[in-house]
Design a protein around this ligand. Structure first.
Ligand SMILES: Cc1cc2nc3c(=O)[nH]c(=O)nc-3n(C[C@H](O)[C@H](O)[C@H](O)COP(=O)(O)O)c2cc1C
Length: 489
């Protein structure tokens, strides 16, 4: 017979066993034996079977024993990407609370231990019974519950997790945390924790658009709270559409994995240069020639590459967005400065040229502000060509293994992208149509949040559907990782 070593159980199972043992005034070993006996005899009811099964599997897998009798055949506890991670899920009182059930299932499928707290309002939408059955744990609902406070305590509850996830995050929960309220279990845990917090807001589009909610979200973001969603689309209430729909469970899982940094790191040890934003070419000390590039796409690509483990050096023109986290950013103004910064960063494994570099600059920018002199009329600006940074690196003696260029065109997109590929020595060109009629959002590609691109390489043209710039970035980063893996130098 396999022996039982309580020490080898994972913390969650140990905690469960400790609680049950205390409830029954038994030692933990004795409690485990009773549970195994009960499972073998088929005495365990459906409400508890998940908890018991988990315990049994932990107990037996340590010693390699066979599946215990009574455990459903073929059902195993997965050891997935979130194995050993502890999530404290706070379910708020919104219609999307039903999606939290699927979220629990998805998290447990990946090996996470999920402990759940439900607000009073959440219990109007889903029951503690279904949540408890899916999480295979006690569901916490009360701040002033003597037994819960004695067994776990609200401070421990908030700190024993690796991550707190609020899904759905109601307007009310956001407001409470933004303003430091702590008048129920959920809000108290959120303010008492020393762990990261991820919120998945879900609410009516008008609630989401309300200045108070916007303010609260900005405050929470400033306080370091991460967000996933909400998305735009049909609401669960009839005849309502707009922004406010909770992110789908799998998107929340992806955000949790990103927060816990469990994603694979195929680019670890790779140095990648990215350029982003516009350049400003001075006319005089106060005037310059610029373009509409916001830097959103380039910054998103830098962040996505960093998430895959790359050592990213971002050379950014003047933008109004924040430097991406986990990326070393060098700020420049002019094309010549950008070229110099890029060349100084060589050698690198890859370079991605997303910046909208001005093709021309004024031959001589004036040292003083050019005065408006009526008799002389408007000044004539003589332009000269700027360095071609992509071509320079594409043909450089220290050329990175992979060189990627962007082609923003308003006409003849593919023809221009193919010509650019040949001329500039790039491995592929990401071509985007930046014309007004590109069909991408009201503000178009430049400055907007969406993009539709084609990947032009010697192998042909791959068309990607329209998507968010973050998604384009993630796909491109994955493609770069794939290409770097297969290129042998
Ligand atoms: C049918 C119904 C649906 C609701 N849906 C939402 C919702 O999706 N998002 C939200 O923020 N509030 C929603 N509310 C309002 C919240 O339930 C209410 O603000 C509650 O106080 C939130 O409590 P909690 O934040 O403690 O969970 C809804 C209310 C009702 C009656």
């Amino acid at each position: 017979m396999a022996s039982i070593t309580i020490r080898n159980l994972d913390d969650e199972v140990k905690e469960l066993l400790r609680r049950l043992a205390a409830e029954n005034d038994r030692s933990m070993e004795e409690q485990a034996r009773v549970m195994i006996r009960a499972a073998v005899d088929g005495q365990i009811g459906p409400g508890r079977i998940d908890q018991i099964e988990k315990t049994l599997r932990e107990l037996t897998s340590v010693h390699g024993a066979a599946t215990p009798a009574g455990a459903p055949a073929g059902k195993t506890f997965p050891r997935g990407a979130l194995s050993g991670r502890r999530i404290l899920l706070i379910i708020g009182g919104g219609i999307a609370a039903y999606k939290a059930l699927d979220l629990i299932r998805r998290l447990r499928e990946r090996g996470a231990a999920v402990r759940v707290v439900m607000t009073a309002a959440a219990q109007e939408f889903v029951t503690t019974l279904s949540v408890g059955a899916l999480s295979a744990d006690h569901v916490f609902t009360e701040l002033f519950d003597r037994k819960d406070e004695h067994d776990v305590g609200h401070i421990r509850l908030s700190r024993e997790a690796d991550l707190l996830v609020v899904a759905p995050a109601t307007a009310d929960l956001m407001a409470k945390l933004a303003n430091g309220h702590a008048n129920d279990l959920a809000s108290t845990l959120l303010i008492a924790t020393d762990k990261p917090v991820l919120m998945a807001p879900a609410m009516n589009p008008r609630m989401w658009a309300h200045p108070a909610t916007r303010r609260n979200r900005a405050t929470l973001q400033k306080d370091g709270i991460a967000f996933v969603g909400p998305a735009r689309g049909e609401m669960a209430e009839s005849n309502e559409a707009g922004e406010g729909r909770m992110a789908e469970p799998l998107e929340i899982v992806a955000a949790i994995e990103a927060q816990l940094d469990v994603s694979p790191k195929p680019l670890s040890g790779r140095k990648i240069i990215v350029t982003s934003g516009p350049t400003h070419e001075p006319i005089d000390p106060v005037r310059y020639i610029a373009n509409r590039s916001s830097g959103k796409q380039g910054h998103a690509i830098a962040a996505a590459l960093a998430r895959l483990g790359a050592d990213v050096r971002l050379v950014s023109g003047p933008v109004s967005i924040a430097d991406p986290t986990g990326v070393k950013t060098i700020h420049v103004e002019r094309a010549q400065e950008m070229r110099d910064a890029v060349e100084q960063l060589l050698p690198a494994d890859a370079a991605v040229f997303v910046a909208a570099v001005a093709d021309w600059r004024t031959e001589n920018s004036a040292g003083e502000k050019i005065k408006k002199v009526a008799v002389e009329g408007p000044p004539v600006l003589r332009m000269v060509e700027n360095p071609d940074i992509l071509a320079g690196v594409g043909h450089h003696r220290q050329r990175p293994t992979l060189v990627v260029g962007f082609a923003a065109e308003t006409q003849d997109l593919l023809h221009n992208a193919e010509a650019k590929l040949r001329k500039k020595g790039a491995d592929f060109i990401v071509a985007n149509d930046v014309s007004q009629g590109s069909g991408v959002g009201p503000s178009g590609v430049m400055g907007g949040d969406r993009n539709r691109v084609r990947i032009v390489s010697k192998a042909g043209v791959e068309e990607w559907p329209e998507m968010g710039k973050d998604e384009v970035a993630a796909r491109l980063a994955a493609l770069i990782a794939e290409r770097l893996k297969t290129i042998v130098v």
